[in-house]
Ligand binder design. Sequence first.
Ligand code: B1M
Length: 214
Amino acid sequence: MSMDLSKISEILVAGKVDELKKQTEEAVNSGTNAADILNQGLLPGMDTVGQNWKDGDMFMPEVLRCAKGMSGAMEIIRPHLSEADMGNAGKLVIGTVAGDLHDIGKDLAGMMFEGAGYKVINIGIDQPNEAFVEAVKEHKPSVLGMSALLTTTMPRMGEVINSLKEAGIRDEVAVIIGGAPVTKEYAEEIGADLYAPNAGSAVDITSKYLDSQK
Ligand code: B1M
């Protein structure tokens, strides 16, 4: 038996974290295909959240709540998804650079990518330059995302890009950077492919870029 998945979208957009978990569990238990729950329930919900945010109809605490709901629901359906169901849009490795402990924006960006169908490997905060390079080697993502919230840690992003060049893998991955002090000009200066001022636009900017490279 399958259920009306638009209800899942609505609950996600309403930010009802516990209710979303309950309904997602019910959907799984009633035999609804996990990929359908993702593609017809959760992803359209996150699309709406992203759009509402861009339009200024939703504010950060609400978006974070919806993203938390999305994460909780993903935990429930992830064991039921095949590799093929995940990451159709691409694969993203994301982390906060060395010396930097800020993770809220980075996690939000990661969740927005996950919400848009990317397979996301979040390597965490305070990650040494080599950890980014190793993660690119190991996971072979289409996109590497770096976040920095301190002017003192921003230079790590350029260093990672240089290390990717030295490792001969710079051309294998699109690099997007973000964080409050980061600018488009800075991204150009250090040779990043992309810059996003916020987590919602990061997904759009990246997807358009990846499409243009096909
Ligand atoms: Co810190 N902190 N902090 N802090 N902190 C800032 C960043 C600061 C601007 C505050 C200030 O002085 N006004 C300032 C930096 C100044 C500077 O360098 N320019 C600062 C400082 C100085 C510090 C400490 C040095 C303070 C101290 O100890 N003396 C210290 C450093 C610790 C360290 O990292 N080594 C420190 C510590 C902390 C806390 C641990 C207390 C805490 C972090 C908790 C956590 O992350 N778990 C914290 C917080 C919360 C902040 C502020 C208040 C809020 C940051 C935040 O989460 N914003 C911040 C002030 C501010 O930004 N107004 C501040 C919400 C979040 C959703 O926004 O992260 O900008 P943001 O992400 C946005 C975009 O930037 C973008 O999308 C997000 C959503 O749209 N984005 C990306 C982010 N990453 C992206 C990646 C992408 C794309 C988009 O692609 C990959």
